[in-house]
Design a protein around this ligand. Sequence first.
Ligand code: HEC
Length: 477
Amino acid sequence: MQGLARLWHWIDDICGLSASFGPIFTHRVPAAKKSAWLYVFGSATLVVFLVQVVTGIALASAYVTGSGQAYDSLRFINQNTLGHVLRGIHYFGASAMIVLIGIHAVRVYLMAAYKYPRQVNWLTGVALLLLTVLMAFTGQLLRWDQTGFWTAVVAAEQAGRTPLIGNWLGHFILAGDTAGGATLSRFFAAHVFFIPALIFALLGFHLYLVLHNGISEPPKAGRPVDPRTYRSWYHAMVARDGVPFWPDAAWRDLVFGLLIVLTILTLAILVGPPNLGKPPDPTIIQASPRPDWYFLWYFALLSLIPKWSENLVIVLGPLVFGLFLVFLPLLGGKGERHPLRRPWSILIVAFIVGIIGYYWHMGVLAPWSPRMDAPPLPVAVVGVASGPVADGAKVFHDKGCEFCHTVSGYGGIRGPDLSDAGDRMTRAEIATRIFSGAENMPSYTGNLTPAQLAVLLDFLESRHLKPPAATAMFPPR
Ligand code: HEC
């Protein structure tokens, strides 16, 4: 013990650790009694970011950046138990970071903690939010499966709509005219070098400002921020009623951060990362990419808005939102902080959460896109394990019918539900539809052998709605 203490004093003396970092622990912060737990989301984002750095480095050391090998190297990582869990942590870590930084931003906005003197805290935070979203976006492409690949293509197409610099921007994102090996290298470099370096730098500045300006006190209605008196008032307030950061305030950050890490770990082990999709095939333009959940709402929005408004929404939407975030602290840097005195702030948050929630819901249903990941129909649904009907069910899945048509709750919802096809249509009617196709259904002429068609029809003819429960209770005499 004595030896350890001596060692510590020696290191501390020549490195000046407690002189430089001691004040971070001892500095006084407002005693946020009731709202104390609302202050943990920023530090939790930081904790998850560090988790991402560690797991990211581990993943990068087994990942091969090359359009020919990236997919296979990920399959290799996935087959290894530790690799599988690592991918899981990195995936759920990314989700957690998006959620936590989102909540942190909303908390700061609702409490108007962006007002004097913390305007630059806010602006660096906005940049960090953007960078976090970019990390999620670039990371998704590194999977280099159908979804990742098409997400990049769609993003480049959208960036291409920007006035004046659109062409250049699209080119810049893809590192060429089309998505390929160079795109992958560009995204990899952005994801592991460029963006993280920016995040580290901005994060350092962000945290320095948090220390310099102090943590904002919980807002109180009728106590507006006046830049001329705020600092002296704040210092007197923390000196009088404040608490030392460590441990009085920091223990909550510690507990919450630990809880988040444990949750991520549990999800990584129990649920695991999303399965890799099919390898990218630039010739399949009907791929209907479904991005990771945090971008799903935006995809749904783009799919559902009328064509004429697309340019407006894609270009103007982010521009207006971005300008709002930047000018908010510059123009609204003083005055009332309490959300009840700033009712529009509650409305704005409710509006944004409502839009995202609505389109997210639509994105999950995705009525406009075939469900390429529909699993083969289980035997319980098909009714038999072998024979023509079972073979037909297999054709129904393999030929992609199931991507658009639901049978007993399985499959896509782009086309009509076929659970009761046998009740509604004759064999000939079904066959005609399969050959002729329809507005949103491809014609299968030439794409099915007579044998496949025969079993497919057998299967569809066997689709009947189950007799209602009442019939079973009162069997016909
Ligand atoms: C890309 C999506 C898509 C695929 C793939 C697809 N369908 Fe369709 N299907 C549709 C749509 C949309 C309709 C409704 C067309 C209309 O009548 O407006 C439809 C209609 C039908 C109908 C008529 C249903 C009714 O209630 O009127 C049948 C039967 C049918 N499809 C069978 C099949 C079979 C069998 C396959 C596979 C060989 C298949 N479909 C593949 C989208 C698809």
